[in-house]
Each structure stands twice: as C-alpha cells, then as structure tokens.
Write a protein that binds this ligand. Structure first.
Ligand code: PA5
Length: 441
C-alpha cells in the first residue's frame, strides 16, 4: 500500500522532535479515549470502526439502486447540507474533470441543493432540470434541517410535475435516521428506498456511510477502493503509537503544539484546484469539532498558486497568526506538454522539457521555503496521487487526527451545540410554530 504521510522539517519550522516527544503522552491519552470510548462524545464514535464494519448487504443494495438510477439519469441532485453533502462533494470533485459539466459523459453529473437558501440558485437549478433526465438523493440525519427540507419540497414538486408521482417516487432515494425525523416519515409514507445514517455517526464523520457512498458511486467512482483506503489507514491509526509511523498522531501533536505557541489559525493549502472541497470538508470537520468552549484553531484554506496572487502577501508578511498545512500530491492523473516556441517572446522556453507537474512542485517548494522564511510554520501531508484509495486514506487520517486533536485540546470533538443559535433566531424571525414570544440569542 502507498501511504500518505505527514512530514515535518524541524530545521526550518523550529517545532523540533523534543516538543513532539513532550506532547506524546497527551496525544496517546486522547487516542486511548477514541479507541476505548471512555470520554465525552463516546456515543458518536461509530465512525472509528465504520470501514471495518461496513454492511455488505447494504452496499449491494446501494449499488443496485445506483445502477437503476444511472440508467435513467443524466443528472443526480444531491440534497443535503454540512456533513450531509461535503464529504461526497469532496471526493467527487477531487476525482472528476474540472469541466465535467461540459463533458458529454455517460455518467450522471452530480449537482447539489439543500446547502443554500438562495432563491436564484433554485430558479437556475429548476431551469436546468426542465431539460435533463434526473433523479434525487435527499440526505438529512435529523430529517428536520430547514435548508434541505425546503430544497426537497421544491425539487420534488418539479420531479412530480415532470414525471408523474409514480415515476417520481422511483427516482428518489432518502438517507436519514432509522426511526425518527420528518424525512424518515416522508420516505416511509412515499415508499422511497431508504438508507440509514447510524445513530453513533455524526454528520461530519459520515462520508463513509451511504451519505457519501451513494452519491460517489452515482458519479461513477469506486467506493470499494475508497473503503479499502480507509480500512488500511484505520489499521495504521489504531495500531501504531509511534508518531514516526502514525500520521494522525503526528498531525494532532503538531497542531496542538502550534496552537499553544499562539498559532490560532491553520491554513490548509493545496496546489490543485480540484482539491478545493477537501478543504471545505476539512474546515467543517475541524471547525465544528474543535471550535467550542472559547477554544480551537480556526480552519482556513487557500488554493495555490491562484491565491498566492491574492493572499500571498498577507501570509508572507502580515500578522503571524497562522501555520500552514500543505497537501502535496506527487503525481498528476494526466499530462500536458508546454509547446516549444522558437521566438520565445514570452521568455518561458527555459521551462521546456519540464512537466507542468514539476513546475507546480517547484512553485510549491518555493512557497514553503518563502513562508517558513516569513515565520509561518509549515506542515506537509504527502499524497502519492489522487484516487479513490488515497482519498479513503486521507478521509480516515483527517477524521482520526481530528478526534485525537480535539481530545488533546480538551473539548468534546463530537458535539456542535453552537450550530443551534442561528437556527433558533431564524425560526423566531420566520414565526415558526413553537417559537412565539422567544428572545433572539
Ligand atoms: O456535522 C453535522 O452534524 C452537521 O453539519 C450536519 O451534518 C448538518 O447540520 C446537516 O444536518 P442533517 O443531516 O441533520 O440535516
């Protein structure tokens, strides 16, 4: 197996092996909480063994539904918000062409809904759905979240109008709680195929449940390879207590060391635009898990070299609040040659004979050295290439490191009480029954 690994250059970023050694007992204690389930949040640890415990009967049925819907859909609308869509989107966007919407592929193109309340977004979506064959996956663990409920009502009405109610029912799959919630009740009443989000898996840790697996399979990607990558990384994360071998322990230790040294912002950095949603998923995973009790590293992200031309100045020379974590991908999936030009008016003939990947890697190395020189500690997560297997590893690595890091920080990484405040205010402002006379918070 080709492992991802977290590397640290002690000479340049000054963290040092000693600091890691000092942090190790705390990090190992945090890891033990995850493995033994003996700390706050232990009712949400189902994700730890998920890749091992995957239900094969469920997987077979999921693949059969995917095949059935693929045969009659050019587009799949995935409705969900937060943990109910970011994981699938991260994997799909990492693997598909940046121009997939314009490719005339025989695979369904995935579009997203339920993650916004923008009126224009839905008007534009419905216009597209008028002219393509499509189906719908609606995902909500609680089954009561406003954004996906609104989106589902709008899209379902369009689907019924387009195909009639019998065929509409055959084009919808629901992913929700096994027993409770409005979406559960609707799915039972209407007879939609239904997949379950286990009680003990929180939304942001649910990408390896049907929440992520169904849309990823629908987009044509290999969910068995994804799960195998997660399984192999799980073994490493669970079995090894050695920071030189277990990247999740090292990453959790380094983040906490840097946080205690006053680095309150972590910027996840990549040099490949198709990794943007890895950053979006990671921001939710770490932000929602650690940002509580007035603690937590603020997760931020940048896409280079693009953002070097907008945020590079601040990173190099602004307030020293941050550290950077580079996701560094060794091999691209495809290649493009730079054409020769005898005149060389643009002055870039010196690049001939180099691949774009080599040029991009030199930009990456040059950036790391420059930012370290400017006083920004730099971590590097090295990934051999982007495919289903390495993405499975990356997912499990980030999840496990998040649990270890959150417990090391001294918070419960598996709740999200702060998310409720905006909902309460919105319900009061909209006059939702039950919220009459309540004060805005
Ligand atoms: O991680 C979480 O728990 C949240 O981001 C949820 O995934 C998000 O709020 C959506 O909730 P639900 O799936 O219940 O609609």
């Amino acid at each position: 197996m080709q492992n991802i690994n977290v590397k640290i250059d002690n000479a340049l970023n000054k963290i040092g092996q000693e600091a890691v050694k000092e942090m190790l007992p705390e990090v190992l204690a945090a890891k033990a909480h995850l493995v033994n389930g003996d700390a706050a949040g232990n009712d949400f640890l189902g994700w730890v063994d998920l890749p091992e415990n995957i239900d094969q009967t469920m997987l077979r049925s999921l693949k059969a539904d995917v095949a059935r819907l693929t045969a009659k859909s050019k587009v799949m609308v995935v409705i969900g918000i937060g943990g109910s869509y970011l994981g699938a989107r991260m994997v799909i966007e990492a693997l598909q062409s940046e121009f997939a919407a314009m490719d005339n592929s025989d695979k369904p193109y995935i579009v997203y809904a339920g993650h916004t309340l923008s009126e224009d977004y839905y008007a534009q979506l419905l216009k597209v759905l008028d002219r393509v064959d499509y189906s719908v996956t609606v995902i909500s663990k609680s089954g009561t979240t406003t954004e996906p409920a609104v989106a589902f009502r709008i899209v379902k009405a369009h689907l019924v109008e387009k195909y009639g109610s019998d065929e509409a029912t055959k084009r919808i799959v629901a992913i929700t709680d096994a027993r409770r919630g409005a979406l559960h009740d609707i799915a039972v009443q209407e007879g939609y195929p239904m997949y379950v989000i286990p009680d003990n898996v929180g939304g942001r840790f649910s990408v390896l449940t049907p929440v992520g697996l169904l849309p990823i399979a629908m987009a044509g990607y290999d969910i068995d390879a994804l799960l195998q990558g997660a399984r192999d990384m799980r073994k490493l994360c669970i079995e090894s207590d050695d920071v030189a071998e277990n990247p999740a322990l090292l990453y959790a230790a380094l983040r906490n060391i840097l946080y205690r040294k006053g680095r309150k912002v972590e910027m996840l950095v990549n040099f490949l635009p198709n990794l943007k949603y890895i950053s979006e998923w990671w921001k939710q995973l770490y932000g929602e898990s650690e940002g509580k009790d007035r603690k937590g590293i603020l997760p931020h992200s940048l896409s280079f070299t693009t953002d070097l031309h907008s945020m590079g100045q601040y990173v190099q020379d602004g307030e020293r609040l941050m550290f950077e974590t580079f996701i560094s991908v060794d091999q691209p999936a495809t290649s493009v040659a730079i054409p020769a030009d005898e005149q060389n008016l643009d002055g870039i003939n010196y690049l001939l004979g180099k691949s774009l990947n080599e040029i991009n890697h030199n930009a990456e190395l040059g950036t790391m050295i420059a930012h370290r020189g400017g006083g920004v500690p730099v971590l590097k997560i090295a990934v051999p290439k982007v495919d289903e297997y390495t993405l499975g590893q990356l997912i499990y690595f980030f999840e496990f490191a998040c649990g270890v890091s959150g417990y090391t920080l001294g918070v419960n990484p598996f709740d999200q009480p702060g998310v409720e405040a905006y909902k309460k205010n919105m319900f009061i402002l909209l006059g939702k029954p039950g919220y009459e006379g309540q004060q805005l918070v």
